[in-house]
Design a binder for this molecule. Structure first.
Ligand SMILES: Nc1ncnc2c1ncn2[C@@H]1O[C@H](COP(=O)(O)OP(=O)(O)OP(=O)(O)O)[C@@H](O)[C@H]1O
Ligand SMILES: [Mg+2]
Length: 437
């Protein structure tokens, strides 16, 4: 029996190493004659005459009978005729418990140069999203420890939310707060396309040692080749999937999904895809929806996900923002006007929505949240009049109530970065605030 198995195994093993030769390099695009391979396969390009090195690259397309590769690292030392060896496999990373508390690169290697911890499992970075029919519906809230979110924009276990914001309005700070305060079992944080300095700031200041202890951070900085930046997003997702399959409730935060789209645009343009709106190629939208569909619930556990999207000014109709908003089950808008006023977290409650909230909170909570939105909306509609003193008290009962409650509402919405508030506390505050008036 065992001998039979062995023979079967030997039969199925590909005993040939497949090689090709580089014949053209344009920018980051490498063309080679051979090896026989499929899209997504990882190859090694052997370079250097005296000091031999291998450059990791991936098959991204074909042209006539040539293979088109893109490198994971810089393309120094590649010369005509360099040997290309295929692994005949797509990229895999190592993941597991021992990675918790670590900062790794797109290939899952610790950034501090320490060896990859022992006892990890292999996982392909690209995986199919769970079958939609096997996904349990989202039925319970998850606490993020930020009052305005837990009370007014309640997020469900396995919900996926976009955080739409311009630069410098508090994305990183908010992500750090969520990572430290949430009751999720662990955080996986993908930092894609940021500058090196920002990465360090996030880890040391926003996340802090306390946050890092319950997180795995995957980093692909802006100076890395486009393919590495895309892999960063895939690797972070694959790590989250590993823990979801173990039955855990994982919190995934990706900053930013816009930079992932930009990296895919670079790859798409390099291999000759036609540009569409804003130069984004069709594959950008395909890659984005596949990536965002991988999170959420599956039979074993859940991945609650926050994806940041960069929006210039208030342009929510920019192609990436528009696509992401269509796929996800909610969007939070960070508002520069609020940040300028020092009202942090600068989430504009009236422009933001959690599409799952009404299915997962009780009726009292839902009504209170609605009432608070009404007060806030009423106040803001008349704010100009109120500020110039043109509003006369007694003209409208609603406006009078809104004016009365406004300072308290603002105090309720504001939260210092070090402040941790539990979900029951936040809901209680909301109920207290809206039962007056
Ligand atoms: N909850 C908060 N309380 C007080 N200040 C805050 C809060 N959140 C953000 N800030 C202020 O806003 C600044 C910018 O925040 P942050 O770095 O998180 O923004 P960002 O959107 O990540 O920026 P970038 O686009 O540069 O990545 C912080 O340095 C801090 O001063
Ligand atoms: Mg930031």
């Amino acid at each position: 029996m065992n001998a039979r198995k062995l023979i079967d195994h030997v039969d199925s093993v590909d005993s040939f190493k497949r090689y090709g030769r580089v014949n053209k390099v344009v920018g980051l695009m490498i063309e080679s004659q051979g090896p026989e391979s499929s899209i997504g396969d990882v190859c090694y390009i052997h370079v250097g005459s005296r000091v031999k090195r291998k450059i990791m690259a991936e098959v991204v397309g074909f042209k006539d009978s040539n293979v088109i590769l893109m490198p994971y690292t810089a393309t120094h030392n590649i010369s005509p005729g360099s040997l290309v060896e295929t692994t005949s496999k797509p990229l895999e990373i190592k993941t597991g418990q021992a990675l918790i508390g670590k900062v790794v690169d797109s290939l899952g290697r610790p950034l501090d140069g320490s060896p990859v911890p022992k006892g990890l499992a292999s996982a392909p970075t690209d995986q199919d999203p769970p079958n939609p029919l096997s996904r349990p519906p989202i039925s319970e809230p998850i606490e993020v420890g930020v009052t305005m979110i837990d009370s007014l924009l309640t997020v469900g276990k396995g919900q996926r939310v976009g955080i739409f914001a311009g630069s410098g309005v508090g994305k990183s700070t908010l992500m750090g707060m969520i990572a430290r305060n949430t009751t999720a079992d662990l955080n996986v944080i993908g930092l894609i396309g940021e500058r090196g300095r920002e990465v360090r700031e996030f880890i040391e200041r926003d996340l802090g040692t306390e946050g890092l202890k319950r997180s795995i951070v995957v980093v692909a900085t802006s100076d890395q080749p486009a393919l590495m930046r895309i892999k960063g997003a895939l690797t972070a997702t694959a790590i989250a999937e590993y823990f979801r399959d173990k039955g855990l409730n994982v919190m995934l935060m990706m900053d930013s999904v816009t930079r992932v789209a930009m990296a895919q645009r670079e790859v798409g343009l390099a291999i000759g895809e036609p540009p569409t709106t804003k130069g984004y190629t069709p594959s950008v939208f395909a890659v984005l929806s596949r990536l965002l569909e991988r999170t959420g619930t599956n039979i074993a556990g859940s991945i609650t996900a926050f994806y940041t999207v960069l929006v210039d000014g208030d342009d929510m109709n920019e192609p990436i923002a528009d696509t992401v908003r269509g796929i996800l089950d909610g969007h939070f808008v960070l508002d520069r006007d609020l940040a300028n006023k020092g009202q942090y977290p600068a989430v504009n409650v009236l422009k933001s929505i959690s599409r799952i909230m009404n299915n997962i909170v009780d009726e009292k909570h839902r009504q209170a949240a609605e009432r608070l939105r009404d007060y806030l909306g009423t106040y803001l509609k008349s704010e100009d009049l109120i500020n110039i003193g043109a509003y006369k008290k007694g003209t409208s009962k609603e406006i009078d109530e809104a004016i009365l409650l406004y300072p308290e509402i603002i105090r309720f919405l504001k939260q210092g970065t070090e402040e941790k508030v539990s979900m029951p506390e936040s809901i209680e505050k909301l109920l207290g605030l809206t039962s007056r008036g």
